[in-house]
Design a protein around this ligand. Structure first.
Ligand code: ADP
Ligand code: LRH
Length: 472
């Protein structure tokens, strides 16, 4: 059986996962997991990219001989290289506040309708376009020869090859979603040099042999859906097309898979995004704030038994207080439980009085946001949806899965937890000729080799309609 290494850098942790495929078998094992802890220095929130790089190398060392390596990470963030390939400063975290004052003015200057018509992207204050706008005039940007998104930066360090994988390029708001290339007019009008943007590569393309890196075996890097959500959607074990997915980790990415972008005015106003998927598909989705809300509470509470806390939250009264999980007020790190309490009070609801109540508020609020996003995706795309696939770390959270089924009024099929690594490995295996076929065939293999948990929607007597009406 051939082995493939998936390097999956999530906002909450990085991991190296080895996938082995052969004769109807598909085994996955996480061989190394490492912390991803942002660092604030001189007032700017950075990714600790060298620590992540060290984690990648350690993971690849313990992975043992692998046929190839695929790299995915969160979207939008980048490192700048000078003309000799040196990294110019530490990549900045998308949760840093530097775009807060810049993004709206930039969007207005370039034209919000034009931006949507070209890129199909939702407005998020941290889109690469706005991060580069915030960097305008800086010596770093002036000295930059290449902008590499995080997985492309890791691939560069492994192989010396420069390029931009297209699923992740599609999240920059500088990529033409219909022409499937860099949006050169937009890049020029944004005052950016077109030379910054490397040649595009597609999932399945060979990137190059690993060189000048101390690994105990020879291997090469293959492009995968390098946007983690693109790989996660490949790993969704759906049968047919009538499904919605929730890639549920730090963020919940909620949507449907389409053949063509939806660029209507209604879609723009609903802030739905058209991101590029593997095999030319469109990931039509909305970013929901996700388990970030819980992660931040846990970070401030210190060592906590998550299972016990979730059990207590399940036993706590439902809908005591619900917030709009997507409110940008929750985007930045720090003081999350206090911000949740303030939102509850502001909307005339009681502030949660215990940790269990805080967690229950988060779960009810996320389920509500999932319901709204699934319904909007259906309404805006016209896609019939009969089941919701929930993948990622959130698939371990039975309370959230059940509440999501209830809120959506649809069955939820939970798993795989490591769907991103699954999608990453499958695209490599297909490039190597070890598996064949379209996304439907890859998904069939996932269904046959992974156990899923099914949550049926419980009849609620209109409770979710009431909650939906409560939050603006
Ligand atoms: P990311 O890729 O964004 O780093 P993951 O897909 O790894 O995110 O999901 C991380 C989330 O999974 C955590 O925030 C946590 O809420 C959830 N999670 C992980 N393990 C468990 C568990 N045993 N029970 C419930 N939830 C879990
Ligand atoms: C999830 C994710 C998401 C992006 C965000 C920045 O990890 O890639 O799809 O919007 O991070």
């Amino acid at each position: 059986m051939n082995a493939y290494a998936a390097v999956d850098l999530g906002a909450s942790s990085g991991r190296v996962v080895v996938g082995r495929l052969g004769a109807g078998r598909f085994d996955l094992s996480t061989v190394h997991r490492f912390a991803n802890e942002p660092v604030r220095a001189s007032g700017t929130l950075h990714w600790d990219v060298l620590s992540l790089w060290a984690g990648v190398l350690e993971g690849l060392r313990v992975a043992g001989p692998v046929h190839s390596v695929g790299i995915d990470s969160w979207a939008v963030d980048y490192g700048l290289l000078d003309s000799r390939g040196a990294l110019l400063g530490n990549p900045v975290h998308y949760r840093d506040g530097r775009t807060a004052d810049v993004w709206r003015a930039t969007a207005e200057r370039l034209g919000e309708k034009r931006l949507y018509a070209t890129t199909g992207l939702q407005q998020l204050p941290f889109n690469t376009l706005y991060q580069l706008a915030a960097a305008a005039g800086s010596p770093q940007l002036a000295a930059a020869a290449h902008m590499l998104l995080i997985p492309d930066l890791i691939a560069y360090w492994l192989t010396g090859e420069i390029g931009a994988e297209e699923t992740n390029a599609s999240t920059t708001q500088l990529y033409d979603v219909r022409a499937r290339g860099w949006a050169t007019d937009l890049i020029a009008d944004a005052g950016l040099s077109p030379d910054l943007f490397p040649p595009l590569r597609r999932p399945g393309d060979q990137i190059g042999a690993v060189r000048d890196v101390d690994l105990p075996y020879p291997t090469s890097v293959v492009a995968v859906g390098s946007h983690d959500t693109a790989s996660a959607v490949v790993g969704v074990p759906a049968d047919g097309t009538d499904f919605a997915y929730i890639s549920c980790g730090t963020w919940s990415l909620v949507g449907v898979e389409l053949d063509a972008p939806v660029l209507t005015e209604a879609s723009r106003l609903a802030n739905f995004t058209n991101e590029g998927g593997v095999d030319g598909t469109i990931r039509y989705l909305r970013n929901v704030m996700g388990l970030w809300l819980l992660q931040e509470c846990l970070r401030s509470w210190g060592a906590t038994d998550l299972d016990a806390l979730l059990r207590a939250a399940a036993a706590a009264p439902a809908f005591a207080a619900v917030v709009d999980a997507d409110d940008p007020v929750f985007l930045a790190p720090g003081g999350m439980a206090e911000r949740l309490a303030a939102e509850c009070r502001r909307t005339g609801q009681p502030a949660p009085a215990s940790r269990a109540a805080v967690v229950r508020c988060i779960m009810d609020s996320l389920a509500l946001a999932h319901r709204r996003a699934v319904r909007a995706a259906v309404a805006l795309s016209g896609r019939d949806v009969r089941v919701v696939h929930l993948v990622g770390g959130g698939a371990r959270n039975a309370l959230l899965c059940q509440l999501t089924a209830d809120a959506c009024g649809l069955p939820v099929l939970a798993g795989p937890v490591e769907a991103t690594a699954v999608g990453n490995v499958l695209v490599q295996a297909r490039a190597a000729g070890a598996v064949r076929g379209d996304l439907a065939s890859l998904r069939k293999l996932v269904r046959e080799t992974h156990e899923l948990r099914r949550y049926e929607p419980r009849v609620d007597g209109g409770a979710w309609d009431e909650v939906d009406g409560r939050v603006g």
